[in-house]
Write a protein that binds this ligand. Structure first.
Ligand code: FDA
Length: 304
Protein backbone atom coordinates (compact mmCIF):
# COMPACT_ATOMS: atom_id res chain seq x y z
CA UNK A 1 0.00 0.00 0.00
CA UNK A 2 1.67 3.23 -1.04
CA UNK A 3 1.38 6.21 1.26
CA UNK A 4 -0.20 9.39 0.07
CA UNK A 5 0.15 12.48 2.21
CA UNK A 6 -3.12 14.29 2.55
CA UNK A 7 -2.93 17.88 3.69
CA UNK A 8 -3.72 17.84 7.39
CA UNK A 9 -6.77 20.06 7.75
CA UNK A 10 -7.23 18.94 11.32
CA UNK A 11 -7.35 21.47 14.13
CA UNK A 12 -6.10 21.06 17.71
CA UNK A 13 -3.21 19.09 19.20
CA UNK A 14 -3.63 16.13 16.85
CA UNK A 15 -3.60 18.44 13.84
CA UNK A 16 -0.45 19.99 15.21
CA UNK A 17 1.19 16.56 15.53
CA UNK A 18 0.08 15.73 12.01
CA UNK A 19 1.64 18.94 10.69
CA UNK A 20 4.94 17.99 12.30
CA UNK A 21 5.45 15.40 9.59
CA UNK A 22 3.79 12.61 11.50
CA UNK A 23 1.72 11.52 8.53
CA UNK A 24 3.78 8.37 7.97
CA UNK A 25 3.37 7.22 11.55
CA UNK A 26 -0.29 8.12 11.56
CA UNK A 27 -0.78 6.17 8.35
CA UNK A 28 0.87 3.14 9.89
CA UNK A 29 -1.60 3.49 12.79
CA UNK A 30 -4.44 4.19 10.31
CA UNK A 31 -4.01 0.90 8.49
CA UNK A 32 -5.87 -0.83 11.27
CA UNK A 33 -8.94 1.34 10.68
CA UNK A 34 -9.08 1.69 6.90
CA UNK A 35 -9.36 -0.82 4.08
CA UNK A 36 -6.67 0.89 2.02
CA UNK A 37 -6.39 3.89 -0.23
CA UNK A 38 -7.93 2.51 -3.41
CA UNK A 39 -11.28 1.01 -4.34
CA UNK A 40 -9.54 -2.22 -5.34
CA UNK A 41 -8.13 -2.58 -1.83
CA UNK A 42 -11.53 -1.84 -0.31
CA UNK A 43 -13.22 -4.46 -2.51
CA UNK A 44 -10.79 -7.09 -1.23
CA UNK A 45 -11.75 -6.25 2.37
CA UNK A 46 -15.47 -6.27 1.53
CA UNK A 47 -15.08 -9.68 -0.08
CA UNK A 48 -13.30 -11.11 2.98
CA UNK A 49 -15.91 -9.73 5.36
CA UNK A 50 -18.73 -11.10 3.22
CA UNK A 51 -17.11 -14.54 3.27
CA UNK A 52 -17.10 -14.39 7.07
CA UNK A 53 -20.80 -13.59 7.24
CA UNK A 54 -20.61 -9.85 7.93
CA UNK A 55 -22.81 -7.25 6.29
CA UNK A 56 -20.83 -4.16 5.22
CA UNK A 57 -21.17 -0.51 4.35
CA UNK A 58 -18.44 1.17 2.31
CA UNK A 59 -17.31 4.74 2.93
CA UNK A 60 -15.09 6.67 0.53
CA UNK A 61 -13.19 8.90 2.92
CA UNK A 62 -13.45 12.63 2.39
CA UNK A 63 -15.21 15.60 3.95
CA UNK A 64 -15.54 19.39 3.84
CA UNK A 65 -14.76 19.82 0.14
CA UNK A 66 -14.52 23.46 -0.86
CA UNK A 67 -15.54 23.61 -4.51
CA UNK A 68 -18.20 22.21 -6.81
CA UNK A 69 -15.70 20.24 -8.90
CA UNK A 70 -14.44 18.32 -5.87
CA UNK A 71 -18.02 17.65 -4.79
CA UNK A 72 -18.85 16.33 -8.27
CA UNK A 73 -15.72 14.18 -8.29
CA UNK A 74 -16.71 12.68 -4.92
CA UNK A 75 -20.20 12.00 -6.27
CA UNK A 76 -18.75 10.36 -9.40
CA UNK A 77 -16.54 8.23 -7.15
CA UNK A 78 -19.62 6.99 -5.32
CA UNK A 79 -21.30 6.06 -8.59
CA UNK A 80 -18.17 4.11 -9.49
CA UNK A 81 -18.29 2.37 -6.09
CA UNK A 82 -21.94 1.44 -6.62
CA UNK A 83 -21.13 -0.03 -10.04
CA UNK A 84 -18.18 -1.96 -8.61
CA UNK A 85 -20.31 -3.35 -5.79
CA UNK A 86 -22.85 -4.57 -8.30
CA UNK A 87 -20.23 -6.09 -10.58
CA UNK A 88 -18.63 -7.94 -7.67
CA UNK A 89 -21.93 -8.99 -6.02
CA UNK A 90 -20.97 -7.28 -2.76
CA UNK A 91 -23.16 -5.76 -0.08
CA UNK A 92 -25.03 -2.88 -1.69
CA UNK A 93 -24.84 -0.51 1.28
CA UNK A 94 -22.80 2.70 1.17
CA UNK A 95 -22.10 5.51 3.63
CA UNK A 96 -21.59 9.12 2.58
CA UNK A 97 -20.89 12.45 4.25
CA UNK A 98 -22.79 15.49 2.97
CA UNK A 99 -19.80 17.82 3.34
CA UNK A 100 -17.98 15.50 0.95
CA UNK A 101 -20.53 16.18 -1.78
CA UNK A 102 -20.89 19.91 -1.33
CA UNK A 103 -22.81 20.84 1.84
CA UNK A 104 -20.32 23.60 2.72
CA UNK A 105 -20.63 25.05 -0.80
CA UNK A 106 -24.29 25.08 -1.70
CA UNK A 107 -27.30 23.22 -0.35
CA UNK A 108 -28.93 22.63 -3.76
CA UNK A 109 -25.71 21.32 -5.26
CA UNK A 110 -25.32 18.93 -2.35
CA UNK A 111 -28.94 17.78 -2.59
CA UNK A 112 -28.54 17.14 -6.31
CA UNK A 113 -25.38 15.09 -5.67
CA UNK A 114 -27.11 13.07 -2.95
CA UNK A 115 -30.00 12.47 -5.33
CA UNK A 116 -27.61 11.15 -7.99
CA UNK A 117 -25.99 8.78 -5.52
CA UNK A 118 -29.28 7.47 -4.11
CA UNK A 119 -30.72 7.04 -7.62
CA UNK A 120 -27.68 4.97 -8.58
CA UNK A 121 -28.09 2.96 -5.36
CA UNK A 122 -31.74 2.33 -6.18
CA UNK A 123 -30.65 0.86 -9.53
CA UNK A 124 -28.80 -1.91 -7.67
CA UNK A 125 -31.46 -2.25 -4.99
CA UNK A 126 -28.97 -0.67 -2.61
CA UNK A 127 -29.07 1.71 0.32
CA UNK A 128 -27.32 4.99 1.18
CA UNK A 129 -26.62 5.86 4.80
CA UNK A 130 -25.81 9.51 5.34
CA UNK A 131 -23.17 9.86 8.06
CA UNK A 132 -23.78 12.56 10.63
CA UNK A 133 -21.06 15.19 11.09
CA UNK A 134 -20.60 18.15 13.47
CA UNK A 135 -23.79 19.52 15.07
CA UNK A 136 -23.88 22.64 12.89
CA UNK A 137 -24.82 20.37 9.97
CA UNK A 138 -27.45 18.34 11.82
CA UNK A 139 -30.65 20.20 10.90
CA UNK A 140 -29.75 20.56 7.20
CA UNK A 141 -28.64 16.92 7.05
CA UNK A 142 -31.96 15.67 8.45
CA UNK A 143 -33.96 18.00 6.17
CA UNK A 144 -32.09 16.81 3.08
CA UNK A 145 -32.45 13.16 4.02
CA UNK A 146 -36.19 13.71 4.48
CA UNK A 147 -36.41 15.38 1.05
CA UNK A 148 -34.59 12.51 -0.64
CA UNK A 149 -36.68 9.93 1.23
CA UNK A 150 -39.86 11.74 0.15
CA UNK A 151 -38.81 11.01 -3.45
CA UNK A 152 -38.92 7.32 -2.59
CA UNK A 153 -35.14 6.94 -2.75
CA UNK A 154 -33.25 4.50 -0.49
CA UNK A 155 -31.70 6.70 2.15
CA UNK A 156 -31.25 6.72 5.92
CA UNK A 157 -29.19 8.75 8.34
CA UNK A 158 -26.93 8.40 11.36
CA UNK A 159 -27.80 10.13 14.65
CA UNK A 160 -25.66 10.90 17.70
CA UNK A 161 -26.66 9.98 21.25
CA UNK A 162 -24.35 12.65 22.66
CA UNK A 163 -26.46 15.50 21.26
CA UNK A 164 -29.17 16.82 23.59
CA UNK A 165 -31.49 17.38 20.59
CA UNK A 166 -31.41 13.79 19.35
CA UNK A 167 -34.55 12.43 21.12
CA UNK A 168 -36.61 15.09 19.35
CA UNK A 169 -34.84 14.53 15.99
CA UNK A 170 -35.55 10.83 16.37
CA UNK A 171 -39.29 11.46 16.69
CA UNK A 172 -39.34 13.57 13.51
CA UNK A 173 -37.23 11.08 11.59
CA UNK A 174 -39.42 8.16 12.68
CA UNK A 175 -42.50 10.10 11.59
CA UNK A 176 -40.89 10.52 8.16
CA UNK A 177 -40.22 6.77 7.95
CA UNK A 178 -36.46 7.19 8.02
CA UNK A 179 -34.23 4.37 9.17
CA UNK A 180 -31.41 5.38 11.52
CA UNK A 181 -27.94 4.36 12.59
CA UNK A 182 -27.54 5.24 16.25
CA UNK A 183 -23.97 6.10 17.27
CA UNK A 184 -22.57 7.97 20.27
CA UNK A 185 -21.05 10.84 18.26
CA UNK A 186 -17.43 11.43 17.28
CA UNK A 187 -17.24 15.23 17.10
CA UNK A 188 -16.22 17.64 19.84
CA UNK A 189 -19.29 19.67 20.81
CA UNK A 190 -19.95 22.36 23.44
CA UNK A 191 -21.70 21.48 26.68
CA UNK A 192 -24.95 23.30 25.85
CA UNK A 193 -25.32 21.12 22.75
CA UNK A 194 -23.94 17.77 23.83
CA UNK A 195 -23.48 15.57 26.88
CA UNK A 196 -19.81 15.45 27.75
CA UNK A 197 -19.61 12.59 30.22
CA UNK A 198 -19.56 8.96 29.11
CA UNK A 199 -22.27 7.90 31.57
CA UNK A 200 -24.62 10.67 30.32
CA UNK A 201 -24.05 9.73 26.69
CA UNK A 202 -24.49 6.04 27.48
CA UNK A 203 -27.74 6.68 29.39
CA UNK A 204 -29.20 8.59 26.44
CA UNK A 205 -27.87 5.94 24.03
CA UNK A 206 -29.68 3.12 25.83
CA UNK A 207 -32.93 5.10 26.03
CA UNK A 208 -32.70 5.78 22.28
CA UNK A 209 -31.94 2.12 21.49
CA UNK A 210 -35.17 1.15 23.25
CA UNK A 211 -37.18 3.69 21.23
CA UNK A 212 -35.66 2.49 17.97
CA UNK A 213 -36.18 -1.18 18.74
CA UNK A 214 -39.83 -0.66 19.59
CA UNK A 215 -40.49 1.61 16.60
CA UNK A 216 -41.46 -1.23 14.30
CA UNK A 217 -38.88 -0.27 11.67
CA UNK A 218 -35.32 -1.48 10.98
CA UNK A 219 -32.39 0.42 12.52
CA UNK A 220 -28.66 0.05 13.19
CA UNK A 221 -27.18 -0.02 16.71
CA UNK A 222 -23.66 1.25 16.07
CA UNK A 223 -21.39 0.79 19.06
CA UNK A 224 -18.49 -1.29 20.34
CA UNK A 225 -19.60 -0.79 23.93
CA UNK A 226 -20.01 -4.27 25.40
CA UNK A 227 -22.22 -3.06 28.24
CA UNK A 228 -24.64 -1.40 25.82
CA UNK A 229 -24.57 -4.42 23.52
CA UNK A 230 -25.46 -6.64 26.51
CA UNK A 231 -28.31 -4.28 27.50
CA UNK A 232 -29.58 -4.31 23.93
CA UNK A 233 -29.56 -8.10 23.81
CA UNK A 234 -31.39 -8.27 27.16
CA UNK A 235 -34.02 -5.78 25.94
CA UNK A 236 -34.51 -7.70 22.70
CA UNK A 237 -35.01 -10.90 24.66
CA UNK A 238 -37.41 -9.31 27.15
CA UNK A 239 -39.56 -7.74 24.40
CA UNK A 240 -39.25 -10.78 22.11
CA UNK A 241 -37.96 -8.62 19.27
CA UNK A 242 -36.80 -10.74 16.35
CA UNK A 243 -33.09 -10.56 15.51
CA UNK A 244 -33.79 -9.67 11.88
CA UNK A 245 -35.56 -6.45 12.97
CA UNK A 246 -32.29 -4.58 13.63
CA UNK A 247 -28.54 -4.93 13.27
CA UNK A 248 -25.44 -4.14 15.26
CA UNK A 249 -22.86 -2.02 13.45
CA UNK A 250 -19.15 -1.55 14.14
CA UNK A 251 -16.16 0.14 12.57
CA UNK A 252 -13.46 -1.76 10.70
CA UNK A 253 -10.54 -2.51 13.02
CA UNK A 254 -12.33 -1.89 16.31
CA UNK A 255 -13.05 -4.87 18.58
CA UNK A 256 -12.71 -7.45 15.76
CA UNK A 257 -13.02 -10.39 18.19
CA UNK A 258 -16.29 -9.01 19.53
CA UNK A 259 -17.49 -8.58 15.93
CA UNK A 260 -16.75 -12.23 15.14
CA UNK A 261 -18.36 -13.39 18.36
CA UNK A 262 -21.62 -11.57 17.60
CA UNK A 263 -21.82 -13.08 14.12
CA UNK A 264 -20.93 -16.56 15.45
CA UNK A 265 -23.80 -16.19 17.93
CA UNK A 266 -26.27 -15.41 15.16
CA UNK A 267 -26.56 -11.61 15.48
CA UNK A 268 -26.61 -9.47 12.38
CA UNK A 269 -23.55 -7.21 12.24
CA UNK A 270 -22.61 -4.59 9.67
CA UNK A 271 -18.99 -3.43 9.45
CA UNK A 272 -18.29 0.13 8.32
CA UNK A 273 -15.43 -0.05 5.82
CA UNK A 274 -13.71 3.27 5.06
CA UNK A 275 -11.07 3.65 2.39
CA UNK A 276 -9.40 6.41 0.43
CA UNK A 277 -6.59 8.90 0.39
CA UNK A 278 -8.32 11.45 2.61
CA UNK A 279 -7.95 9.22 5.67
CA UNK A 280 -6.46 11.71 8.10
CA UNK A 281 -9.55 13.37 9.69
CA UNK A 282 -11.23 9.95 10.10
CA UNK A 283 -8.19 8.46 11.77
CA UNK A 284 -7.72 11.48 14.02
CA UNK A 285 -11.30 10.93 15.26
CA UNK A 286 -10.44 7.30 16.02
CA UNK A 287 -7.31 8.47 17.86
CA UNK A 288 -9.19 11.01 19.94
CA UNK A 289 -11.75 8.44 21.03
CA UNK A 290 -9.21 6.54 23.10
CA UNK A 291 -6.22 7.84 24.96
CA UNK A 292 -4.55 4.43 24.53
CA UNK A 293 -4.49 5.15 20.79
CA UNK A 294 -2.72 8.45 21.29
CA UNK A 295 -0.14 6.78 23.54
CA UNK A 296 0.35 4.08 20.93
CA UNK A 297 1.24 6.69 18.29
CA UNK A 298 3.40 8.77 20.63
CA UNK A 299 5.32 5.68 21.85
CA UNK A 300 6.07 4.66 18.28
CA UNK A 301 7.14 8.17 17.42
CA UNK A 302 9.94 7.94 19.99
CA UNK A 303 10.78 4.35 19.12
CA UNK A 304 12.04 5.45 15.68
P1 FDA B 1 -17.06 3.96 23.46
O1 FDA B 1 -16.31 5.13 22.93
O2 FDA B 1 -17.57 4.05 24.86
O3 FDA B 1 -16.13 2.68 23.28
C1 FDA B 1 -16.53 1.39 23.71
C2 FDA B 1 -15.35 0.47 23.50
O4 FDA B 1 -15.08 0.34 22.09
C3 FDA B 1 -14.04 0.97 24.08
O5 FDA B 1 -13.90 0.61 25.43
C4 FDA B 1 -13.02 0.30 23.18
O6 FDA B 1 -12.84 -1.05 23.55
C5 FDA B 1 -13.68 0.32 21.84
N1 FDA B 1 -13.33 1.53 21.06
C6 FDA B 1 -14.14 2.57 20.78
N2 FDA B 1 -13.49 3.47 20.00
C7 FDA B 1 -12.26 2.97 19.79
C8 FDA B 1 -11.13 3.43 19.04
N3 FDA B 1 -11.15 4.57 18.38
N4 FDA B 1 -10.02 2.67 19.04
C9 FDA B 1 -9.97 1.49 19.70
N5 FDA B 1 -11.02 1.00 20.41
C10 FDA B 1 -12.15 1.73 20.45
N6 FDA B 1 -19.90 9.06 14.62
C11 FDA B 1 -20.44 10.19 14.12
O7 FDA B 1 -20.33 11.24 14.75
N7 FDA B 1 -21.09 10.17 12.91
C12 FDA B 1 -21.26 9.02 12.21
O8 FDA B 1 -21.88 9.04 11.15
C13 FDA B 1 -20.72 7.83 12.75
N8 FDA B 1 -20.85 6.64 12.08
C14 FDA B 1 -20.50 5.47 12.72
C15 FDA B 1 -20.78 4.24 12.13
C16 FDA B 1 -20.52 3.06 12.81
C17 FDA B 1 -20.86 1.77 12.18
C18 FDA B 1 -19.95 3.11 14.13
C19 FDA B 1 -19.70 1.86 14.93
C20 FDA B 1 -19.61 4.31 14.69
C21 FDA B 1 -19.86 5.50 14.00
N9 FDA B 1 -19.53 6.73 14.54
C22 FDA B 1 -20.04 7.88 13.98
C23 FDA B 1 -18.56 6.81 15.67
C24 FDA B 1 -19.25 6.84 17.01
O9 FDA B 1 -19.96 8.03 17.16
C25 FDA B 1 -18.24 6.70 18.16
O10 FDA B 1 -17.37 7.78 18.12
C26 FDA B 1 -17.46 5.40 18.14
O11 FDA B 1 -18.24 4.35 17.72
C27 FDA B 1 -16.93 5.06 19.55
O12 FDA B 1 -18.00 4.91 20.44
P2 FDA B 1 -18.52 3.50 21.02
O13 FDA B 1 -19.98 3.47 20.81
O14 FDA B 1 -17.77 2.39 20.46
O15 FDA B 1 -18.32 3.64 22.58
Amino acid sequence: MSISHPEPKVKGPMGFLASLGMTKILFWFARRFIAGQTLEEALIVLRKLKAKGFATTIDHLGENVTNALEAKAATDDYIEIINAIKKNSLDNNISVKLTQIGLDINRDLCLENLKRITEAAREINGFVRVDIEGSKYASTTFEMVREIRALGLPVGVAIQAMLRRTPSDMVTLLESGITMRLCKGAYKEPVDIAYQKKDEVDRQYVALVKRLLTSGSFHGIATHDEKIIAETKAFVKERQIKRDKFEFQMLLGIRPALQEQLVANGWKLRVYVPYGRAWLPYVIRRLRERKENVWFVVKNLFRK
